[in-house]
Design a protein around this ligand. Structure first.
Ligand code: PMV
Length: 364
């Protein structure tokens, strides 16, 4: 049970959380409103290279709720994008549970440039829920945080834990059993890493939210996906526990390909991969053939940027293999990250005296 307490007025609470990369993906919902998935999924939490820091302050001095993301003010009134609509919903919810009356200032920044074209909803949602929980003294457990985060962005519910994380599909109608659990912490397999090759930073044509809804409805191939992914989660979980890279790598690549096949089979088709993505897939295939075993696995989310899962031992070879691919604008390297953490006042993004962002916003 949550302990009800008043908002800690004027005090600033700051949390940092890493994004995550799914080894077996969530694609397709069984409930759109609650973000309930058609299948379980499993991921690795990323470290500070791909993370979000969020500060929140509730105060009577504020005349309205304010939100700043990466130096730009965003509207929290439900008129902005889908994610801020969900953030508003979460905010209303926690405020009513904690009986907090004050307005809130939220300032959030990603560790990676927005121009990298990488989704920040997972780390952003996990950092926000962690900071709100602390600010309102709610004492939420991991399950509570994961369920709340899931409603901002499904895949984000896996970012409330560090290391390797499984999001159980659940069977309950209200989603009470659909949340993330840790399979192993970040110390279990610290050699594992994600090399992200950014090939296109532009906004996607179809949002993941639209796809979660349209693929199950229109793709005949999708009928086979939930069972395939559910089996994949079992295979990956065992491979992670045993630190078996050969089994892990094949399962990761096959799941990514399976998901993208159902996307292409959606009507109208969803095509996140581009020629550069495919070139990288071949580069990884060639590297693995040369090494006569898997040393890297590619995986792609709802976009063309490649996530190359490898071990530190093979880092240089993987970087060498993609070096020949032209059009990679940026490479970001991440190890296995810990779960969200609360940071001290010195790391806050809010200026306590002025009750505004420390870094002046680019747009009023
Ligand atoms: O949580 P969303 O709506 O951003 O969905 C993204 C799902 C994938 O990234 C494509 C796969 C996954 O499980 O992370």
């Amino acid at each position: 049970m949550w302990v009800l307490r008043m908002a800690d007025s004027n005090k600033i609470f700051t949390a940092a959380a890493g994004s995550n990369i799914a080894f077996i993906k969530y694609w397709g919902r069984r409930d759109d409103a609650l973000n309930l998935p058609a299948n379980s999924s499993i991921s690795m939490t990323l470290d500070s290279a791909v993370s979000t820091r969020t500060s929140v302050a509730f105060s009577r001095k504020l005349d309205r709720d304010r939100l700043y993301i990466n130096g730009e003010e965003e509207q929290l009134d439900g008129s902005a994008n889908e994610k801020t609509v969900f953030m508003k919903r979460i905010l209303d919810h926690v405020r009513s549970v904690a009986k907090a009356k004050e307005h809130v200032l939220i300032v959030s920044e990603n560790s990676f440039p927005s121009s990298a074209g990488m989704a920040s909803s997972a780390s952003g949602a996990a950092a926000l829920v962690t900071a709100l929980d602390a600010a309102l003294g709610m004492g939420m457990d991991e399950r509570g945080k994961s369920i709340l985060t899931r409603q901002i962005s499904g895949s984000a519910c896996r970012s409330v834990q560090g290391g390797f994380v499984k999001w159980n599909r659940g069977v309950e109608k209200d989603g009470a059993d659909s949340y993330a659990v840790q399979v192993a912490d970040e110390r279990h397999w610290p050699e594992l890493m994600d090399i992200i090759a950014v090939v296109d930073a532009s906004k996607k044509r179809v949002s993941s939210s639209e796809g979660h809804s349209s693929t199950p409805k229109t793709s005949p191939l999708y009928a086979a996906r939930p069972a395939f992914a559910e089996r994949g989660v079992g295979v990956v979980e065992k491979a992670l526990v045993a630190r078996d890279f050969q089994t892990l790598a094949e399962a990761i690549m096959r799941d990514s390909n399976n998901m993208h096949a159902t996307m292409l089979d959606t009507w109208k088709p969803i095509m996140y991969l581009n020629d550069k993505s495919r070139e990288i897939m071949y580069a990884v295939e060639d590297l693995n053939s040369r090494k006569r075993g898997y040393v890297a696995a590619y995986t792609f989310d709802a976009g063309p940027n490649a996530h190359l899962i490898t071990t530190r031992e093979h880092r240089k070879e993987v970087l060498g293999a993609i070096d020949a691919v032209s059009g990679i604008s940026r490479v970001i390297e991440s190890g296995v990250g810990a779960g969200p953490e609360l940071l001290g006042e010195a790391e806050a993004l809010i200026d306590a005296a002025g009750l505004g962002p420390k870094r002046p916003p680019r747009k009023a």
